[in-house]
Design a protein around this ligand. Structure first.
Ligand code: ARG
Length: 458
């Protein structure tokens, strides 16, 4: 235990399973770079505060850069049982390179409690900025597709029953706006992630007059953690990321589910590119939408990350407790899962084959029953009455087996004499869609407006 950085008061060795159970090096080593950057900023500030000399700072900085290079080249040798986490590993190696006399001064006034969140916040901020880019790219494809395929009319569903005709683009944009909100939320989350906790000590603050503002600036943080106790015990920046991603994945899973349905032979509206499908080992004809199913499935995993880590934090006492180490794997997995999922969704959409003739063929005249009711509304009949009248037309069509749009003018007239010859013009899907021209509706003009609104944010 004399090898361990905290070994001073310990006499016996750690239980071997406890060593493994306790260590985080196998996942936090990925943040070696952030850890080094944080240490350099900390040393620089300690130099400015007169705690270490300029010469000592330069030695520390050079040594830390050498450690960084070892990680980058794969030369860093993790010592099992000694290198508990990335912070201890880097400091141990620094001591070997520049000597313990100077290396031993690096951690003056510093605690791993502030170090760990500094590393995580820097890493997460950079990763979330990548996710921002992925989302923008996905939404750009969504908008482009919606514009190009604006003339495709298909059934819109409620309760998975044919409801009213809509534009395919209207469907695309219904999710587009949910993802736009996700993007908005992400940008707010990044602001709260990107705050400086360095200089907070173990919990009570730094006793050597360290300049936290200059560290904040050097490390690219946009805000300050204003309370040292809060700063070391806070993992809200992780939780919030998990919550954000869970909701985004919920949107992705619904989007994917619609496309899975639309890609079946029964619907046939879309066909997935080979690049995003797989075959069956048994049935030669199969082309399965595995990409979409994984998007749907991984939303469960994302939700699990969120719920799991919220559970970890419930009831924890103030400041740092080792429970918080559990934030790591949830965070790492989430960023990977969500980032990959957005990119897969974009790939699926960019390469998707659409079948407008199939969409059209799935329209049926009953989907215009509302338009029939609206026709009479325009003749001054109260809607509650017209709804009933149109319902009787539906019933007559069902009884006689004559499609609603093929009922004769006399048949319609026999149901309600306010029907006139121009009722025939109501049985037009294109017209039905174009009638929905109030903001947010499925008419061409209002769908183009949606595309414009969406694009403005990107
Ligand atoms: N590996 C630890 C974590 O991820 C670093 C902080 C350790 N601090 C401590 N007081 N043991 O949470």
């Amino acid at each position: 235990s004399e090898n361990m950085l905290w070994g001073g008061r310990f006499t016996g060795g750690l239980d071997p399973l406890m060593i493994q159970y306790n260590e985080s090096i196998h996942f936090d080593k990925r943040l070696y770079k952030q850890d080094i950057l944080g240490s350099i900023a900390f040393a620089r500030s300690n130099c400015k505060a007169g705690i270490i000399t300029q010469d000592e700072f330069e030695k520390l900085e050079a040594g830390l850069k050498e450690v960084e290079e070892e990680w980058a080249s794969g030369a860093f040798n993790i010592i099992p049982g000694v290198d508990e986490d990335i912070h201890t590993a880097n400091e141990r190696r620094l001591g070997e390179i520049i000597g313990k006399d100077v290396a031993g001064k690096l951690h003056t006034g510093r605690s791993r409690n502030e170090q760990v969140v500094t590393d995580m916040r820097m890493w997460l901020r950079d990763e979330l900025r990548k996710l921002d880019e992925y989302l923008v790219s996905f939404l750009t494809v969504t908008a482009a597709r919606a514009e190009k395929e604006i003339d495709y009319v298909m059934p819109g569903y409620t309760h998975l029953q044919r409801a009213q005709p809509i534009r395919w683009s209207h469907w695309l944009l219904s999710y587009g706006f949910a993802f736009q909100d996700d993007l908005n939320r992400l940008r707010q989350v990044i602001r709260r992630v990107n705050r400086n906790a360095l200089g907070c000590g173990a919990l009570a603050g730094n006793p050597f007059g360290i300049d936290r503002d200059s560290m904040m600036e050097e490390l690219g943080f946009e805000g300050m953690m204003w309370n040292s106790m809060g700063a070391v015990g806070d993992r809200d920046f992780v939780t919030e990321t998990l919550q954000w991603g869970a909701m985004l994945m919920q949107h992705i899973s619904r989007w994917a589910e619609d496309l899975i349905l639309y890609s079946t032979a029964e619907f046939g509206f879309v066909r997935l590119a080979d690049a995003y499908s797989t075959g069956s080992s048994l049935m030669p004809q199969k082309k399965n939408p595995d990409s979409l199913e994984l998007l749907r499935g991984k939303s469960g995993r994302a939700f699990g990350n969120m719920a799991g880590f919220m559970m970890v934090q419930k009831g924890l006492p103030s400041t740092y407790n080792k429970d918080l180490q559990e934030s790591w794997e949830a965070m790492l997995d989430h960023v990977k899962t969500v980032g990959d999922s957005i990119q897969i969704a974009e790939g699926v959409l960019a390469t998707l084959d659409t079948k407008p003739e199939k969409m059209k063929a799935a329209l049926d005249p009953f989907m215009l029953a509302t338009d029939v009711a609206d026709y009479l509304v325009r003749k001054g009949v109260p809607f509650r009455e017209t709804h009933h009248i149109s319902g009787r037309c539906v019933a007559l069509s069902e009884q006689t087996g004559i499609p609603m749009n093929e009922l004769s003018y006399e048949q319609m007239k026999s149901i309600d004499e306010r029907f006139e010859e121009d009722i025939a013009a109501t049985f037009d899907y294109e017209k039905s869609v174009e009638m929905r021209s109030a903001k947010g509706g499925t008419s061409k003009k209002t769908v183009l407006e949606q595309i414009e609104v969406l694009r403005k944010m990107l």
